[in-house]
Design a protein around this ligand. Structure first.
Ligand SMILES: [Zn+2]
Length: 167
């Protein structure tokens, strides 16, 4: 799988949000920054920075090494992004999504669907629609046969995208 820096950042965003992205950017540019340095550079609360760093570390996206800060006479953590690990985590996530899409595809292939046409209402299986006498339980309108072709082609497209990414 080819994931460039931009891809890594995109995935860190999914996992850790905007603030994790800011931290990752700094670490990509300057590996080995300490908690304090990151907090100062980003003008963020040090406790908050540490929380994010540890979260990313728990997911094996970051490593640290201990160093001794002679000036302040204390130990510090120097953080580094693990690009290889990021890719591993992402691959595992993509596989999960892939499997879910396959199940969803099967579900839409195996069942017939009925829908009232309101975008805020759900699509129901035949058995369910029959139980409700083909009347939408949310809005009360008639449930008509719904052709799942657009959903299926959207699922297929996503499946193909993921297959490409997984290589
Ligand atoms: Zn409805």
């Amino acid at each position: 799988m080819i994931i460039d820096e931009e891809g890594v950042i995109e995935l860190i965003k999914i996992i850790g949000g905007e603030e994790a992205v800011k931290i990752a950017h700094k670490l990509l540019k300057r590996p080995g920054l300490t908690d304090d340095e990151i907090a100062t550079m980003l003008e963020m609360d040090i406790k908050h920075v540490r929380k994010i760093l540890h979260k990313l570390h728990d997911l094996s996206l970051l490593t640290y090494e201990m160093a001794f800060d002679k000036k302040n006479n204390r130990r510090v953590f120097k953080w580094r992004l693990q690009q290889e690990q990021v890719i591993g985590v992402i691959k595992a996530q993509l596989k999960k999504i892939y499997n879910r899409l396959q199940l969803l595809r099967e579900y839409f292939n195996r069942n017939q669907f009925y829908w009232c046409g309101n975008t805020s209402c759900k699509k129901y299986t035949f058995d369910f629609a029959l139980d409700y006498f083909f009347k939408c339980p949310s809005c009360g309108q008639k449930l008509n046969y719904y052709d799942p072709a657009p959903i299926l082609s959207a699922i297929d497209k996503k499946i193909m995208d993921i297959e490409k990414m997984l290589g």
